[in-house]
Design a protein around this ligand. Sequence first.
Ligand SMILES: [Zn+2]
Length: 498
Amino acid sequence: MKKVILFVVDSLHPSVLGRILSEGNAPAFRFLAKRGTYIDRVTSSFPTMTPVATSSMITGTWPDRHGVPGFIWYNEEIRKIVDYGATWQSILKIGLEKVLRNLLLKLNQNHLNPETPTLYEELEAGGYSAGNINFFMYRGTNPSLAKVPFPLALGTRFRLHQEDVLGPSHLTLGQLVHPNFSGWTTAYPRGPFHRFGFNDIFSGRIAAQLVREGQQPDFMVVYFPDNDKYSHQHGPLRSGFSIERADQQVVSVLDEFGSWERALEENVIIVTGDHAQSTVGLGKEYLIDLDCALKAFKRLKNTEEVYLGNNKHEIAICPNERMAFIYLLQENDEILPEVVGILAKDPRNAQIAWKVSDNRYCVVQGGTEKQLFFSRTGPYQDVYGETWSYEGALTVVDAQVMGEQTIEFGKFPDAFNRLISALEARSGRRIAVSATLGYEYFAIGAPIHPGGGSHGSLEIEDSTVPMIVAGMPVRLDHARIIDLCPMILNNFGLRSRV
Ligand SMILES: [Zn+2]
């Protein structure tokens, strides 16, 4: 039975990967694409944000099942906004300790639904070993000792104990958790200027080391975070350079097998991304200022808590780059029409969606104010085999009925499913807004990228990643990132328990 290595490049853009493959500048990806299957369109989650998408990849479910709604979201259980550290300002405000706790512990131990097992849990329960190198979603059953680096320990009162980090048997989380370095320790970039080991080279070095030392688990995820940062800064279409750098790390791992041919004889090797990015305009008009648009409503601040019984807050704005959640905090939905009315007048809001009642959802197009109601099950079928009913303008999600009863989505792939999964992720009444190409949302605590790259929306540009699968035959006609899980389990002769 072959082992599986899954390389995940954050914000991997399909046409940029396609271009550098044809230019021959990414030798490892090119080798794998030539020997394997190259799928240039795989649909990601909505919102197209890393915690949401990576949870979908590792559990094979959408956020309505796995329970991680966004990078910033309102948690009804604790009646507070959760922020995994979107900006340095928010990290300062919330406190580094809390951000680390949210990102490293709560995201995996509390937020990720315990009912949706991770690939690591499924594989280890089936008798296989699993490993994770720097991928944020790591939940497993083996305790690892986390060592908090000195500068971090100074700035926080952060104390992690051995039982705090439960992951697969081979776990690397930057310099917090890692196997003993082999050879020169300077070869592993870490410390405050190298994001404490959360960088491509560190990930590549650890992966290569595991192979070299005969420690490679049956399944391992190797995550490369650097491309996301580069693409945000320079724009997705200029991200070729950082994708090539991720490729160099894959080269170093493949080299450890003696020959690349041998690497493929012994392994299934998959390369993909979590989501892509799209270009944001330079200039104030490309920022949709939600604080300003919704200033008439009393907003819950990032550090505040909603008090039961005497709640004066009306909304919580949770910006996720090119999408935002507006949670409604009052007992009744009285202000919903007002909030929707304001958002619907702005053509920069491509979709404004909310749940009307049980299995009935509404989505409105900003500017035109066209409406579309939709529900699960009905006479219309999509390419994934799911059925729907609808009334209103399908153009709101760029869909059309082909032939008799087939619904096809254009610019907003798998729109019905993905909208519902964002509206049904955990409890809390909310409106989800998704921006038109070129725009992103602004509110206090939102990271912005004028003239650079951004993601989060339902739009195809943010939502489509490429995937290379080598060393195993694969047939996926309408691929989505949730297909990874069954595909990998299948290689080991296992089936998902959910
Ligand atoms: Zn990003």
